[in-house]
Each structure stands twice: as structure tokens, then as C-alpha cells.
Ligand binder design. Sequence first.
Ligand SMILES: *Cc1c(COP(=O)(O)O)cnc(C)c1O
Length: 436
Amino acid sequence: MLRTILPRTRLLRTFESKAASSFYKLQNPTRTTRGLYLGLNQSIRMASNSSEPPKDVKFEDIAQGKIQSPAAYDFRSDTVTTPTPSMLQSILNIAVHGDDVFSEDTTTNNLESFIVSLTGKPAACFVMSGTMGNQVSIRSHLTQPPHSIVMDSRCHVFNYEASGAAVLSQAQMITVKPANGRYLTLEEVKDNIVDSDDIHYAPTRLICLENTINGVVMPVEEIKKISEFAREKGIKLHLDGARLWNVVAAGGGDLKEIISYFDSVSLCFSKGLGAPMGSIVVGEKDFILKVRHFRKMVGGATRQIGIATAPARTAVEEVFLGGRLARTHELAKRLESSWEKLGGKLKFPCDTNMVWLDLKSVGVDEGDIPVEARNAGLKWDYERIVVHHQICDNAIEKLEGVFEKLVESAKARGGVQSQDMPKVARYSRRVDQDLA
Ligand SMILES: *Cc1c(COP(=O)(O)O)cnc(C)c1O
């Protein structure tokens, strides 16, 4: 009896005092957090760079930021970031957990209104991932097939979403390789849309752009031209803005202005911003209602999802509004110049947080990358380097050392790549297993 009454009285007292602490925090911080951070604990052990990994990671150490993120030495992607102490704290600060399927989760509703005010679009809907955001957007824009979508041949929607647009939206994807090697132009869009009633073809109903693509910023002027053209033709325009935050941080345009040119935009919380999960779709009210419908259909409507939307909001405030992306761009620039000092070239301009090495320019074997990186205590898998907000200065120095080693061994081979160079599996990410 006492056991059930006690926590209830305590809980009541907290609400009475209007303290912003949560039920969990109140009950026993160490017990509940242990479960929550088990995964983090494990990844710290795995990724620890020192010879002596921490024996027992305590929540208090994480919450106070005493433990460096395992991502500090990991250049494979900006998805590898771990939740910051304030993101974790934001979960514990949730006073009331509601059911988001009933639209009763205040934390989630607040995040959506916050994004509405930040982006200037009338409505927003939180989704589980960038892929889900793109796919429910595409599905919501398109009606009856046959129909086609025009997009950059290198984009995420075409390459890395398990052919979702073909399966879920029965859409023909028309891919265009930009001649400038950086972004699609209006001329290329015009040349590739299907604007005809000819029964042989699938009329273009949607154009998908991506910004940044490969870390490269798409000029606002080009977006504007494509937008005007699309509106004139009655074609919808979607932006995969997983890394649109980086565009804004790099001075590549104003967030509201860029978004105003599109009918829908998906923005990611778990890439550069470092939240543990989630993306958000913005658009007109009717469109977002459809998005909610399709999100439900693909199993993306969830219950007390404040545990994800609270840290997402913290991520926007802390990393985007807090100006932390700028440092990642500066560090990427530094890596670019270190690489160029060794005689290397880049595959794409370094506009934001990615450095794409042209390995051929100095004869480096791609297969040597994960090996040399691991010897230096780093995680880096192929020609692409991604800098995120948890990369430490020491990791940058080590990476510069790896550049030197790679170029040295290339020179020893006569500055040409090996004939039988093993291709590194993209998106495998499992560097350790690959080498085992
Ligand atoms: C990562 C990414 C996505 C997909 O995000 P997930 O959350 O991994 O599904 C979509 N578009 C772009 C441009 C991305 O980089």
C-alpha cells in the first residue's frame, strides 16, 4: 500500500509546486536513465579512442557533459552524433507525456508550431526519418498515375530510399545529371519534364530538389527560377532539405525565403543538428493533413513521441540557432586546404560540412582510407569526409596526419591508384566489420 501511495503523493506535490520535473526524474534518476542510456554507454565503449575505455558510464557524467561523445573522432557522417546533455535533459524536463496520435502531446505540438514560426509555412508534421518525410510528401503531392518526378540523378530520393517513390507512389523517376556537377538548372529541368498529353509518357507532376546535395549549396536564384517555372506549369515542387540548416549557416540564403519557393520541404533533426532522431515536413495546411494520413499508413504515427521531439527542439536551438554549424564549416575548409597543400583536389566545392576528396588527383587508394583512419583512432570510410558539431580539434589534427600518410603511400606507388583497388561499400558504415 505504502509503495503505491508514496510515489503518487510525491508526484502530486511536484505538480502542485509546478516544478518542471518529470515523473521519471522524480522517482529515481539513476534507475530510469540507466535503461535510456544503455545504448550510449555501449557506443562509448566501442568508439572510445583512448586505450582505457571508461569502465562504467554514469548518467550524471553524460548529463554534465563530462564524457566526450564517441562521435568526436568519427567522420563517416553527421548522423553519428550523440544526444548532448541538454538534449537528454530536455526529455527529463517533459512535464506531461501525451499521445501524439490524438494530437495530445504538447511537446510535439510545440515543436511543430516552433518550426512553423521558423520556416514561415502554415503547417508542420514531425516524422520518424528523412526518408519518411520525403516519401509521405511525394505520396501526398501525387494523385493518380501515370505520373513522373524530375530530380537530380545523385539525390537521396532516387538513390537511397529503397525505391520508395516507385513503390509507394507508383511514380516514374526521371533523373537528370547536372552538367555543372553541382546543382540542377532551370534549363535542365525544362529539358526533362514531361509536359504533354501524349499517352506514351508519364506527365511530370512533381520536381524534387535537394539542398545541400553532397554538401554543395544550390543558389537561391536557380531555386527561384525553377519555382516560378513549376508554378506556371502547375507542377509541385518539393525540397529534400535534410541539410538545409547548413545552407543557411553557410550564408546560402534565408530559411524562410528558400522555403517559400517550395510546396513542401523536409528538414532533418538528426544530421547536422545532432538530435537522436526525426525530421519534419512543412507545407500548406491541407497538404500536411494528407501527410499525417500517409504517415499513419506507413506506421509513422506514434504515441508519447515527446521523447524525440523535445531533443529535436533543443537541437534546433542549440546547434542551428546557437551557431554551432559554422564551426563545422570552418573545420571542413581547414581540411580542404590541408588536402590541397598535399597536392590533392576536391570532387565538389566545400561549401558546408563535407569534404569530398578527389583521390585520383594524388593516386590514393580508397581501400587504404579505413585502414589508415583506424590506425590513427579515427572512423572514416571513403572519399567523403563529414564534419559535425561533436568533432574535436584533436580529431582534425589526426585526420591531417592520415592525409599525409595516404599521400605518402600513393607516392611510393608512383602516384597512381592500384589496379585492383577494392571498392569500399557505400552506406555500409560498418567500418570495423568490413575490415575484420
Ligand atoms: C539522410 C538523408 C535523408 C534521409 O534521412 P533518414 O533520416 O536517414 O531517413 C534524406 N535526404 C538527404 C539529403 C539525406 O542526407
